[in-house]
Design a protein around this ligand. Sequence first.
Ligand SMILES: [Zn+2]
Length: 406
Amino acid sequence: MKANFQKSFVERIEALGKLSEEADKLTRPSFTPSMRAANVLVGSWMSAAGMTVRQDTIGNLIGRYEGENPKTLIIGSHIDTVRDAGKYDGTLGVLLGLAIVEALEGKKLPFSIEVIAFCDEEGLRFHLSYLGSRAIVGALDEKQLTFADAEGISIAEAIKQNGGVISRIPQEAKKPEEVIGYLEAHIEQGPVLEAMNLPIGIVSGIAGQSRFEISFTGEAGHAGTVPMRLRRDALCAAANFILAVQAEAIKTEGLVATVGQLTVEPSASNAIPGRVTLSLDIRHQEDKLRQFAIESIKSSAENIAAGEGMLHRWTLISESPSLHCSPKLLNLLKESLIAAKYPATMISSGAGHDGVQLSRITEIAMLFVRCRGGISHNPLEYAAPSDIEIAADVLLAAVMTLAKNG
Ligand SMILES: [Zn+2]
C-alpha cells in the first residue's frame, strides 16, 4: 500500500465513527440519518476512486469498478453497527475493499470489482440480520419485509421512506453467473490471533449454529413454608442443565454452547421459582458434531426434568448449517499471506457474516484481522493500522493473482 495508507485509513475509520444516532456513543442502525450520512461519505470516497456509485432499493451501497469483463468480484462487509459499537466491525472490510480499488489507480482488470457496504448486517433495528446481503442473493422473502422496529415501522415502510420501490428488490438480486467470487476482511471478534501472535488469519469456514428455547416447569411456592424435600424448584433444574451444557461443550473440541438468557417466574425473592425459560446457542464447524452435542444436551435436559418431576419443553428457534470457504479462494489468500512472509493459519469463524448469504450464489473467502483483546461490539474494539495494512496487501495480492490466473 502507499506510504500514507495507515494514516488515511485511520482517518476514515474515525470519520465514520463520528456518524451516530447517539451523541456519546456509536450506534448506527439502518435507514437512519447517521446511516445515510455514512453512505454519502463512503460513496464520495468510492467516486473519487473512479467507481460508479449507487444505492439499491434495500439500501446496499455499491461502488462499481469496471473491468474488461462485466463479471464481478465482490469485496464487501457492512457499515451499520450494534448499539454502543466499536469503529472497526464491518467498516474495516468495506474500507479495505475501497483501498484495493484505490491501489489499482485506474488499471483495468479482466473482471469488474464491486465494493459493497451491505445494509443492516447486524439486525439491530429489525432483528433480522443480513438484510442487504439476503436481498442481493435473492434470499429475502416477503414475510421478512414485515419485520418491524420498536416503533412499529416495518422494513418495507423504512425502504419506502428511503425512496425505494419494493417491487424492484427481486430484479436487483445478482445471478450466480454474474459473480466470480466474494472476499471479505473482518476483525476477528475473538482472541485466537492475538494469542497466536499473528496479525492475520484465513477463515476456513463459518460455524453452523442452532438456537433453542427450553423451559422447565416445576411448582411455585412460598419460600418460607415449603420444605426443601417437597419443592420442585425450576431454577435449580435450570442451573443443573446449564452446568450440563458447559460440561458437554468442554468435552467436544471446537464446540461453543451458551445459555445467555433466563426468564424466571414468578421472579420474587420470597417465591420458589415455578418456571424457567432459557435460551441455548450451540455452534460448531462440523454439523455432525453439533448435532451429536445437541442430542446429548437434550437427553441431559430430559433426565434432569424427569429426576425432579418437572415438565420440560424444547423448541428449535433457528438453525443454519456450517459453511466451508472456497478452496480456490482460500489458496489464493494462503499464497498471498505466505508470500508476505506470514504463516497462513486457518481459523473457523464462530460468528456469522454477510459471506453466509453470498455463499448461496458464489464462492467466498474471508480474512480475519487481529483485534485487541478479541473485543468487539464494544467501543474498545481496535485493530492496529499495521495489521490492517498487512490485510490490505494480502487482499490486493490475491486480487492481482486472480486477475493473472483467472
Ligand atoms: Zn460485522
